[in-house]
Design a protein around this ligand. Sequence first.
Ligand code: PLP
Length: 373
Amino acid sequence: MDQIYMDHNATTPVKPAVAEAVADVLANVGNPSSVHRHGRLARRLVEDARQQVAALVGADPSQVTFTSGGTEANQLALQGCGRDRVLVSAVEHPSVLVADLGAWLIPVDGDGRLELAALQAKLLESDVPALVSVMLANNETGVIQPVSEAAAIAHDHGALFHCDAVQAAGKIAFDLAALDADLLSISAHKMGGPMGVGALINRPGVKLTALVRGGGQERGLRSGTENVSGIIGFGKAAELALEGRADIANLAAGRDRLEARVREIAPGTRFFGAGAERLPNTSCLTMLGVDSETQVMALDLAGISVSAGSACSSGKVQASHVLEAMGGSGAENAIRVSLGWSSRDDDIDKFLEAWGSLYARKGSGREQAAPAA
Ligand code: PLP
């Protein structure tokens, strides 16, 4: 396909070595719970993958529970930890913001950074043991949260701390101990692995109740025959991500070049979260006067795939809760451009050409749309 892919935060292409590892497993038979040789081979492959995934986040393999993805890992953490009082940042992914948990939303500042003082004040209001959940990097803006500071505040108040590291894993270096997280979620398809597999990593001693019960796989925390090929792909992707983090860090140069040029073309553009530390691959930018859906469709026609707000919920035309939580204007005019391991410098030139021409047709002049006095 000629279409340029600039939506790596939605999902990033499966790396060739991952596809090869998955194909190899699919060519063989074996249930990891079977005691015969076929079963033992499948078990060994799953346990090797567990080590690779654990290594990516500095955990012990015994702390890794494989799930069907980041969504299920988040649900297992939030619902399985047994805490009735839940505090989550206002910019979390929808899989954390599930309504029935009745979570209190920790506000963020204009750059999307967590208001630590608000978290502290809220925790002081009650002695009921809480769970605090704060993502490491935001999927829409790439903004990196002060997770270890938030975890320290949570722990000072006897709360458990969960971190959704789905967007951060494979893009920036971190480890469970430094983050001080009790629970951490990650997902394979954001780092070059297959979709439909993820993991919850838990600190020893953190008690969880399973959401999916049955045969007792995954130490009883997630029943169901393991997604062996997916898990093997996840392991390979984690190994490659660990080796290739410098390449992802280098994407910042392309992202910054894109933003600098857009700023020249349209000085009124808002880059959400640009005043905060961000993932190196993400830009969330406005074209004033042109709504997000129109931009996404126009860029699609011009041969470029980007998303409006959160691609996890794309298809739904509604303002992004993340951008709205950051305040100010522009939420309805924002698109997300996210680069990845297969991006080329050339992609950025093509994006700038298409963005510039759309701006000339539809956006130019709207920035000063307020009538003259
Ligand atoms: N958390 C964040 C921050 C995400 O960006 C996503 C997906 O976009 C998820 C969780 C859900 O992960 P999955 O797609 O593996 O269910």
